[in-house]
Design a protein around this ligand. Structure first.
Ligand SMILES: Nc1ncnc2c1ncn2[C@@H]1O[C@H](COP(=O)(O)OP(=O)(O)OP(=O)(O)O)[C@@H](O)[C@H]1O
Length: 373
């Protein structure tokens, strides 16, 4: 059976999608409400993803990567308040009805979660689990779904007879392939992969990453991949966004960010992992002192300044927005030239020329001029 055309029709009121632009996040903020107070997990994130482009989101544990990714499909718990705009194919996910959202999940965008052993139902055969979104969305009848499951298993490098296996009969890498087959089942335009290879050993990790990359490239699917490991993302994605304490602090073409990060945190993250495929050439780890801040108690100014080896006095009270950081000539697959930006005082034209808190500066946020942003 050929995969049916599953991209849902544009809903009335949706804005026309910019050509080639699949996902657009505008000033997205997520705050968890808890009895201990509000936790601002994501703060003012703006990102774009073109058709067929792969965007990697990196950052230490607690930086807000998963919260941001889960916000895209409104998969966050009820305690989360989401602000800003999340345009998927021109439609704002945050204002969709639940009926519309159900149609969009899986059919337009799907998620590969970390740790397939927990995401798969242990008592159901994997074929039935892959078939489920096809049946739920009415995209195939039971016979058609069986054929499609066999196709999908072959596409992810598993024999069709594996449809009859239970998850415990598969290795970790095989289970992750099943998760990828599930994500592909309804031919989505966007896949969100949250640490898809973290639980796997190095060889299997490389195989699964190569599989994801080839499937994305062959089908022109957009990919948002999350990892704490910048080297994994650099090997898989066109473009990287580095998050710290809920903000994007650096973004640009993968190679440029990985080998020439301009934000001290981006550099530390790039130095913390070896390059994929060349484990011997381990970069000198540039361990950071201290821990990421508690989002409920962020330090003033740049959130990174207490751990930053290059902090200036003004960093303790002034925050720099994403600022052009040079380079950025690379083009992602089919997309426009990608800017390299960093939210750091050191990419400003004159980092030292910032007036102090009493020195007449009205705005404690340094923003680039609109035309250069
Ligand atoms: N349901 C919740 N209620 C309150 N705070 C939460 C909730 N979920 C996450 N947080 C907090 O939000 C912040 C961001 O968490 P998130 O899981 O998005 O980070 P992450 O970068 O994906 O981390 P990891 O790599 O460990 O998954 C953390 O400080 C976390 O403790």
């Amino acid at each position: 059976m050929t995969a049916p055309e599953t991209a849902p029709e544009t809903a009335p009121g949706a804005r026309p999608e910019a050509p080639g632009r699949l996902l657009e996040l505008r000033d997205v903020a997520v705050t968890y409400r808890s009895t201990a107070g509000d936790v601002p997990a994501v703060r003012g994130v703006s990102l774009e993803l073109a058709e067929g482009e792969a965007l990697g989101i990196a950052g230490e544990s607690g930086s807000g990567k998963s919260t941001l990714a889960m916000a895209v499909l409104r998969l966050l718990p009820r305690s989360a308040r989401v602000g800003g705009e999340i345009l998927l194919g021109g439609e704002d996910v945050l204002t969709m009805t639940w009926g519309r959202l159900r149609a969009v999940r899986w059919a337009s965008a799907s998620v590969v979660f970390q740790g397939a052993q927990h995401a798969l139902n242990p008592v159901r055969r994997v074929g039935a689990q892959i078939a489920e979104p096809l049946l739920v969305h009415g995209l195939a009848d039971p016979a058609g779904a069986r054929t499609r499951v066999a196709e999908l298993l072959e596409q992810v490098g598993l024999p069709a007879w594996r449809a009859r296996s239970h998850p415990h009969e598969l290795s970790g890498g095989q289970r992750q392939r099943v998760m990828i087959a599930m994500a592909l089942a309804c031919s989505p335009r966007l896949i969100i992969a949250d640490e898809p290879t973290t639980a796997l050993d190095v060889m299997i990790q490389a195989q699964v990453l190569a599989l994801i990359r080839s499937l994305i490239a062959d089908r022109g699917i957009g990919l948002v991949m999350i990892s704490h490991d910048l080297s994994v993302l650099a090997a898989t994605c066109d473009r990287l966004a580095v998050m710290y304490a809920g903000r994007v602090v650096e973004t640009g073409p993968s190679r440029e960010v990985f080998t020439g990060a301009r934000h001290p945190y981006g550099r530390a993250l790039a130095g913390a992992f070896p390059t994929v495929g060349d484990r011997a050439s381990r970069l000198a780890p540039r361990g950071l002192g201290g821990d990421p801040p508690d989002p409920a108690r962020l330090p003033g100014g740049c959130s990174f300044h207490p751990r930053c080896p290059e902090a200036l006095p003004s960093c303790s009270w002034r925050e720099v927005e994403l600022w052009p950081a040079g380079g950025g000539s690379a083009r992602t697959s089919g997309g426009p030239a990608v800017a390299h930006t960093a939210a750091c005082v050191h990419v400003l034209p004159d980092p030292e020329a910032m007036p102090g808190p009493g020195g007449g500066a009205a705005d404690p946020v340094a923003r680039p001029a609109k035309e250069s942003a």
